[in-house]
Every structure is written in structure tokens, then in C-alpha cells.
Write a new protein. Structure first.
Length: 207
């Protein structure tokens, strides 16, 4: 009994230590060393309202289907990620999203769109990665919301613990879903089509 109780206490202590793993805050006033541009044109530049010394990470390509950049660090299984984003312009799309569990080109993404009244959770797989399923972006779930305002800063947050995925927009929990398709990977940022979007104050908290 005593040995079992001691083992249980040790296990709980180890979990607490793991939960206290330090967070990573990304500073866009510095060079983007270690970042991986998968697609799009990502540049750190002055953006009104940015909190990191006035600098934000901006995606400016307008000729790609999906634009993705992957942050250094990871891979992570269980994470909590938040970011500020500002949809600047876009006629076809004006979106911003958090990529998570990115590995070998496949990933989850939760995104908001200033041109659409929804907040959606997708997964993406390259065309060649799974013969039984078509490649590309696939919808998992979503909710109807008032579209975030174009030209204003908003906050997005994602947490992933095992197969339990949650998503917040401007501090409102809107997505609460279970999906076990991908188990771990890196964190990144996302836009679509002609979206020009700024990102600021990216924080990753592993647990």
C-alpha cells in the first residue's frame, strides 16, 4: 500500500513537472531563424497596433491556395497556442489560422475569416500521403459566428490534448471536438488565397 501510494505520488509529481514545461513566445522584431516557409510570402514588418515593438508577421502572397509557415520548436503532442491576428485585405478570402500537429505536410488548422460568418476546424493532407483519401483540405467541424472585422486585431487560441481539440475566437470557446487523426507535430500560421493577414504575440505552451 505504501509503495503503491508513493508510486502514485511520484507519477503525479512527474505530470506536474511536465505541465510546467516553459512556454515559447515568438518575437517578430528579430530575424525569423528556424522558421520554415511551406508556401506564401511571410515577412516581419511594421503593423499598426502590433504589440511586439510595432512588428508583426505578415503573409502577403495572393496567388496560393493555402499559405503556411511553421515555427521552430516541437514536435508537440499536447499544446495550448494563442495568437493575435489582423486580416488586412482580401477579396476572395481574408483569413487567419493556427496550424498544429504539422508533420510531413499534413496538419490541423483552426481558422477565422473576415469575409465569412464561421469559425472552422480542418485537416489537410498532401495528395500523395494516403491512397484511400483525396488530398487537400477537409472540414471537420465549425460554428456560425459574426465575422471578425477586417482591419482590426483579434485573438485566436487552440488547445490540443490527446484527441480533444478546442478553439477560441476573441476569448469565446466555439469549437470543442474530438479527432484522433494526427497525434503530434509542429505549430504554424495559415492564410488562404489572397488573404493579407498580420500575426502577433504567438505563444506556444506545451503540456
Amino acid at each position: 500500500m505504501i509503495a503503491a501510494a508513493a508510486a502514485l505520488c511520484a507519477s503525479m509529481s512527474a505530470r506536474r513537472v511536465k505541465a510546467a514545461e516553459p512556454e515559447t513566445r515568438y518575437d517578430f522584431t528579430r530575424p525569423l531563424d528556424g522558421w520554415e516557409t511551406v508556401s506564401g510570402t511571410w515577412v516581419a514588418e511594421d503593423v499598426p497596433g502590433a504589440s511586439e515593438g510595432g512588428k508583426a508577421l505578415v503573409q502577403r502572397a495572393t496567388d496560393k491556395t493555402f499559405n503556411v509557415i511553421v515555427a521552430p520548436g516541437g514536435p508537440y503532442a499536447n499544446i495550448d497556442v494563442d495568437v493575435r491576428f489582423k486580416p488586412i485585405s482580401g477579396r476572395e478570402d481574408a483569413s487567419g489560422g493556427i496550424v498544429f500537429r504539422f508533420s510531413e505536410g499534413r496538419y490541423y488548422v483552426i481558422r477565422a475569416n473576415a469575409l465569412e460568418n464561421n469559425f472552422n476546424f480542418y485537416y489537410y493532407e498532401p495528395k500523395s500521403s494516403r491512397a484511400s483519401e483525396a488530398g487537400g483540405r477537409h472540414s471537420i467541424t465549425g460554428v456560425s459566428v459574426k465575422a471578425p472585422s477586417l482591419g482590426q486585431w483579434h485573438k485566436m487560441r487552440v488547445s490540443a490534448e490527446g484527441d480533444h481539440i478546442k478553439g477560441w475566437l476573441d476569448d469565446r470557446l466555439l469549437i470543442d471536438h474530438h479527432d484522433s487523426r494526427f497525434g503530434s507535430g509542429k505549430v504554424g500560421l495559415w492564410t488562404k488565397a489572397d488573404s493579407v493577414t498580420a500575426f502577433d504575440s504567438l505563444v506556444v505552451r506545451p503540456f
